[in-house]
Design a protein around this ligand. Structure first.
Ligand SMILES: O=c1ccn([C@H]2C[C@H](O)[C@@H](COP(=O)(O)OP(=O)(O)OP(=O)(O)O)O2)c(=O)[nH]1
Length: 151
């Protein structure tokens, strides 16, 4: 396997009890879990949303993005997911990575310090340049979409 890409990371606030850095939990895992860097605990009521701090800022290499994705277990067990999934972390972003959690269940959900709330997948980005033209090449689909093939 190719050697992993190095991504610099800083902790944005000093803590007496720092959380472990995200890591791949299995050999071929695509995502590293992000933890809630909150004090104590916080209850998210039904349909309540919150930007959960991770305590981390990243320096992704040019040509890559960070995708902040939901964790399936949290979604299935508690109805808690990400409102903006997948969140996009730009390579030039130097602020704290945050996780926009929403509780879609009808029960309150208690979030505790260090809980794994999302996963970060680092992926290559294709950069394009838009060129305005008069017309586009024809295709058999044309402008049909939104379920057109099922009709
Ligand atoms: O789930 C997310 C999504 C984004 N971000 C950070 C990194 C990203 O680079 C920045 C901006 O995100 P985005 O482009 O999605 O937000 P926007 O609302 O379009 O804001 P901006 O105008 O700053 O681009 O916020 C996160 O920490 N978590």
């Amino acid at each position: 396997m190719a050697s992993p890409l190095t991504v610099k990371v800083v902790r944005v606030r000093a803590r007496p009890d720092p959380l472990p850095l995200p890591r791949y939990e299995t050999e071929l895992a695509a995502g590293m879990d992000l933890r809630a860097d909150i004090d104590g605990e916080r209850v998210l009521g039904p349909l309540e949303r919150m930007a959960v701090p991770t305590g981390l800022a990243l320096m992704l290499p040019a040509g890559y993005e960070g995708q902040v994705r939901p964790r399936s277990g949290l979604a299935l067990r508690h109805g808690v997911t990400l409102l903006n999934a997948p969140g996009t972390v730009d390579a030039d972003y130097r602020g704290e990575v945050q996780v926009i959690l929403i509780n879609l269940s009808n029960e309150p959900f208690t979030l505790r310090r260090g809980d794994r709330v999302a996963q970060l997948v680092v992926a290559p980005v294709t950069s394009v340049e838009l060129r305005e033209v008069e017309a586009l090449d024809a295709t058999s689909r044309g402008a049909n979409g939104f379920g057109s093939t099922g009709r």
